[in-house]
Structure formats: structure tokens, C-alpha cells
Design a protein around this ligand. Sequence first.
Ligand SMILES: CCCCCCCC/C=C\CCCCCCCCCCCCCC(=O)SCCNC(=O)CCNC(=O)[C@H](O)C(C)(C)COP(=O)(O)OP(=O)(O)OC[C@H]1O[C@@H](n2cnc3c(N)ncnc32)[C@H](O)[C@@H]1OP(=O)(O)O
Ligand SMILES: Cc1cc2nc3c(=O)[nH]c(=O)nc-3n(C[C@H](O)[C@H](O)[C@H](O)COP(=O)(O)OP(=O)(O)OC[C@H]3O[C@@H](n4cnc5c(N)ncnc54)[C@H](O)[C@@H]3O)c2cc1C
Length: 662
Amino acid sequence: MAGQVNPDLAKERENASFNTQKLTNLLYGGAEKVRRRRYIESLAFSDPAYSGDEDPVFMSREELYSSQLKRALTTVQRVKELNITEEDLSTYRNAALSGGMPGLALTWIAFIPTILQQGTEEQKQKWLKPAQDLSIVGAYAQTEMGHGTFVRGLETTATYDPSTQEFVIHSPTLTSTKWWPGGLGKTSNYATVMAQLYTQGKCYGPHNFMVQIRSLEDHTPCPGVTLGDIGPKMEGNANDNGFARFDHVRIPRENMLMKFARVEPDGTYVQPASSKLAYSNMVYLRGTFVMSAAQALASASTIAVRYSCVRRQSEMKPGEPEPQILDYQTQQYKLFPQLAAAYAFWFAARFMTQQHASITGSMEKGDMSGLAELHALSAGLKSYTTAVMSAGIDVCRMSCGGHGYSHASGLPALFSTGTSLCTAEGENTVMMLQTARYLVKCFVQSQSGKTLSGTVAYLSAVQPSPVSGERNMSDLGTQVTAFQHRAARMVRHAALQMQTEMQKGKSREDAWNSCSVLLIKAAQAHVHSFVVRNFAETVQTVEVEESVRAVLTSLCQLYSLHGITEHAGDFLMDGYLTGRDIDAASSLLSAVLAQLRPDAVALVDAFDLHDKMLHSVLGRYDGRVYEHLYQWAQKSPLNKTEVHESYYKYLQPFLKSNRAKL
Ligand SMILES: CCCCCCCC/C=C\CCCCCCCCCCCCCC(=O)SCCNC(=O)CCNC(=O)[C@H](O)C(C)(C)COP(=O)(O)OP(=O)(O)OC[C@H]1O[C@@H](n2cnc3c(N)ncnc32)[C@H](O)[C@@H]1OP(=O)(O)O
Ligand SMILES: Cc1cc2nc3c(=O)[nH]c(=O)nc-3n(C[C@H](O)[C@H](O)[C@H](O)COP(=O)(O)OP(=O)(O)OC[C@H]3O[C@@H](n4cnc5c(N)ncnc54)[C@H](O)[C@@H]3O)c2cc1C
């Protein structure tokens, strides 16, 4: 038996209607990129320096922190030895560090991008190389105990002193304590600190400052700086999310990141082209979360779909063998929408990356016209995709029954890591409200005759009145138009409701708050409609063989039909879709579930997620779940001795004294 693939899983792979490899190539941008990625991952997976540690779920917090820090430092050494290029860096690091993100990684994820986004050429020259070589280790210190969302409310101050040409960084209150920044607690010796800039007696709002926080000699906190770890969290405990307090800490003027705004030596403040450019690093990071959401949902779908083909339970027809649980329609209804969403988000993430590059390219040349759309798109997509991902992982966990609840499945850790993305880098409700704000503005512009462009063009193009007649609900074009109609109607309704509230005498702010549930729903509908359209356009235009296009078309139909039936009320509200259309969509949905069933394993295999990335006994490529479940449990620290020491300490004396009473 050793080395053989579970026969049910093997049969699934034989029966797929398309070539899995071709779809993998499409996802990763070509056959050469797939080969390269696998090669880079294999360098990490075969390296003895990364093997030998226990499964992270059996480790204490301190063991986890040390072990992942050691691994992270090994990656730095290996990247040099193996000449890993910039393009392959994240693949290599993700493979080597898949057991949990160390605090050190924030240097790569947030500290370096902030220098890149916010620093002048001179500042990049000064700090980028040391950060890349890890001569300095950095955190992104923005959030405080009292404020995370409301950046304008941050309390840390940076007061310019022209007599010494220094800024004085200070934490005036308990609530101004920096709280949460990854890697700040124990690992970093530098941080970019977001603080209210004061110069010439005036406050100019939050700006980024480079602050040394620990000695480069012995790692003790610098004078005036108090540092520590904030304690264990739901997940991510290899990361030392930390706190920091500053007591009149002086830094040179040149340590203000001055790509956009500047303070001259005499203290004169030079305005940036837009005050929101101080937030550009957040916009960039939010964009990257869309691909993380896709990958996390792809991982959960892979685990749950493979396991659902290995697992046999109950009796569908009397006397017949127990079916694979994936043959139950309800199981398909739980899992296939998650699988479809993972694909939809993968393609949306690709669009997001292109948009970011294109708009920031124009901004570099002084054209700020795309800034608002970039912010609205990244905030909305981050919020929508991470929320669906988080809920979807939990659906996958529950679909694996009891074994899904065990850490052996990998799903609890995936959920608690994934769900952090709903909060980090802008809390999801707040981010969706930013998108709503942009949509309301666009709606008002279109009302006054302006033709809208980009991702909101449909708001001025879509007919507000219901369309009558028979519809082919399986047609992607029909589905896209329906989603756009729904979003346009909801944006219009929320915006008009706000106007009504204001006409009744409410202030703009009060009207906004009293309509914010409507506004959130409208913004969600807008992002949902964008994801559907982008998925449909990708499927229709991508160069790929027809068998792959066919399965992607079914997946896209499933994604749309699931959205339409789950939100039927929104489509029925103004009579745009009829009850008959919804019935047709439901029947088609059942048909598409059955159509996709034979391709489900091939569709998850196409994500090409190595077992060493999945960390799941249930999701193993070879499907040999039961023997490995048994082996995995043997590693539980409670099984180290046949009789646990607490038996001698507590249970034995207790039982003895009870027995004596008998
Ligand atoms: C193939 C490989 C497979 C691998 C498989 C692996 C499996 C994967 C598994 C799991 C993946 C999980 C990975 C987990 C990794 C975990 C990573 C954790 C990393 C954590 C990093 C997190 C770091 C942080 O959190 S840093 C802190 C972030 N903080 C925030 O984001 C704060 C949010 N708040 C704000 O941004 C603002 O305060 C605000 C937007 C809410 C409000 O700002 P404001 O008050 O200044 O503005 P106004 O509301 O008044 O608006 C004024 C005006 O400006 C516009 N505006 C606002 N912001 C922006 C902006 N950024 N850009 C442009 N314009 C902006 C706003 O809309 C208004 O416009 P108007 O025109 O309407 O006036
Ligand atoms: C895993 C993790 C890693 C992190 N890493 C970092 C890091 O490296 N660096 C860093 O600086 N920070 C980091 N953070 C902090 C993170 O960015 C903040 O927690 C996040 O931005 C949310 O802010 P908050 O905690 O203030 O939430 P709050 O704003 O207090 O949210 C609480 C509730 O209030 C609601 N709310 C708040 N404002 C509004 C509004 N205007 N309208 C409607 N509802 C509202 C929210 O929707 C939410 O329901 C991290 C957080 C986590 C969980």
C-alpha cells in the first residue's frame, strides 16, 4: 500500500474532463512560471534546515516564536546562497515559513513596502538595502491602543524642533501606546511610526517617521522607548505583535518619510499633492490581501473536496455501498461555491495588481485622477473577498464533520489566520463604507450628467427601469447585467435615501450613519458585481483550450447563480428578475452542481498546493487520510508517556482516597 493513492481519489483524477496542468498554467501565468514555482518550493521543502521541528500546533508560544524566527533567518541565508531572485522571493519564503508567519516577516510585508511607497530616492538608498539584508529589522507601527480605524485620531505626536532639526516622538496618553504592530514586541530594531506631525505650532495630521527602537548592539530598547509583546492571539502566535511607548524620543528631520509631504529645515511644511498619499502603503497592502483571500479559500476547498471524495458515509440507496460524501447535493452546495469563489478572487486579484501598477504609474507622473478609484476598489475588494473567504473556510471545516474540527485537518488554523485579514489593514465594515462613499459621489456625478468610467461605468449605463421578457439565466452576459442592475439600484436607493434624510433636516453625517446599513449592502453588491463581471470576462477572453474554458464557464455560472439565488430578494425587489427567473436560476444551479461534480478534484488539484503548504491530514494529495490521522495523533504531547504525570499528582491520590471511602 505504501505510496499508493487512495483509489477513490485516483478515479476522480482519471475521470476529469480537462487537463489539470493546463488550468494550473493559466492560474500561475504559464507553464514556465509553474515549473519555476515548483522548483523554488522544492528547494525549501527538501532543505533539512526547515525540517525536524514539531507540528506547530503541538508547540508552546515561545517554541513557535523561536522556531519560526530561526527559519526566517535561515531563509535570508539561503536566498543569498541559492541566488533566489526578487521574483521568486515570496514563493521561497512562503514555502519555508508556511508553518506560521514570524514577526520578522513584517519587515518584508509592511516595513519595506512603506519605505518604497513613502520614502524619497535618498531615503530608499539609505534604508532599503539594510532592510532587505536584514541589517535592520522593521515593524509598521500605526495602530494604537485607542485608535486603529480612525487614523486621523492617532495620538502619537512628532513635533518638529528647528533648533536641532529633529522631530520629538512622544506618546502622551495610555491610549496612544502603539498596540498590535507585527514584529514590534521582540524582533524589530526599527519601526515606521505613524504620528501627528506638528510644526510651527500647527498640526498637519498623520505622517510616517523612521524610528530606531532597539540598540543595534544588544537589542535593548533605545532610551525613552518602552517595548513588549501584546500576548497570545487567536492565531499567528509565531508573530510578536507588540506595544511601544515613546517618551520624547528625538530623531533627525531626515527620518520623516518625505516622498509626498516635506518639512523644511526651518520647519516649513510642504503640502503633498493629496493628503491621502500618506496612506498609499495601506492601499498597496489591501490590494495584496485579495490574492491571500483567494489562496486561503483555495486551500480550504482543496482540503474539503479531497476529503469529501475519500470519506464514505451513510446509505443513499438501500443495500448499496456507502457513497462518497461529495455525492450528496448538499455537500456540493456547501463546497462548490467556495471553490468557485476562490477562482473568482484569483482573477480579481490579478486585476487588482494590474490596476495598482497602472494607477500608481500615472500618479508617479503627477496624475492623481485615479487615486479615489484605486482606494475604493482596493478597500471594497479587500473587505468583500476576505469576508467571503473567512465564512467559506468555516463552511469547509463544518463540511468535514468531526475531523474538520481537529487541528489535523489544518482548517481551524487556516480559519483563524484567514479571518485576521477581515480586521487587519482596515476593518472590513469601515473599508466597505469607504467604497460606499465613492459610489455615492459617482452616483451624484452621474445624476448631473457626467459619464462615469472604470469599474463604476455601469452606474450611468444601466437602465433603472425593469426589463421584461424571458431570460436565459445560464447566459453569462445575462447574469453580469443582472448583477450590475442590482448594484446600480442599491447604490441609487442608498444615495436617494440619504438625500431624503437630509431633506428632512438631518446633517450629512447623521444621514450617512442612518443609511449606513443600506450603504454597506450597496457597496457589497457593487464589489460582487465587479467580481462576477471580471470572472466572466476572464473566462470568455482568456487563451486556453476549450475543455478548460468549458469547466471555467460552469464554475463562473455557479458563482453567479449562487449569488443570484442567495440574494434573490435584491434582484426581485424592483421586478428586474421575476420569480420565474429565480426558479430557473435555482434549477440551473442544481444542474451545474452535478455538472461540476466529476471535475471537482481536478479543479482543486489545479491550484497546485503542495501538501507541505496545506498542513492537512484530510487534504493530502494521496488521500491516505485514516492512517495519517492515526499517526498524527500519536505526536500529541499527551501521548509522550503511557501514564501522564498528572495521574500520579492528582488522579491517583483522588481515586485512592475515594476508593478508601467505599
Ligand atoms: C500559491 C501559494 C499558496 C499559498 C497558500 C497559503 C494559504 C494562504 C493562507 C492564508 C492566507 C492568510 C495570510 C495571513 C497573513 C497575515 C498577514 C497579516 C499582516 C498584517 C499586516 C497588517 C498591518 C496593519 O494592519 S497596518 C494598520 C492598517 N490600518 C488601517 O488600515 C487603518 C484604516 N483606516 C483608514 O485607512 C482611514 O482612517 C479611513 C480610510 C478609515 C478614514 O480616513 P480619513 O479619516 O483620513 O478620511 P475620511 O474618511 O475623512 O475621508 C477623506 C477622504 O479621503 C479618502 N480616503 C481615505 N483613505 C484614502 C486612501 N487610502 N487613499 C485615497 N483616498 C482616501 C476618503 O474616501 C475621503 O474621500 P472623499 O472624496 O469622500 O472626501
Ligand atoms: C492580526 C493583526 C495584525 C495587525 N498588524 C498590524 C500592524 O502590523 N501594524 C499596525 O499598525 N496595526 C496592525 N493591526 C491593527 C489593525 O490594523 C487594526 O486592528 C484594524 O485597522 C482595525 O482597527 P481597530 O482595531 O481600531 O478596530 P475598531 O475601529 O475599534 O473596530 C471595532 C468596531 O467598530 C466599528 N467601527 C469603527 N469605526 C467605524 C465607522 N467609522 N463606521 C462604522 N463602524 C465603525 C468596526 O466596524 C468594528 O465593528 C493588526 C491587527 C491584527 C488583528
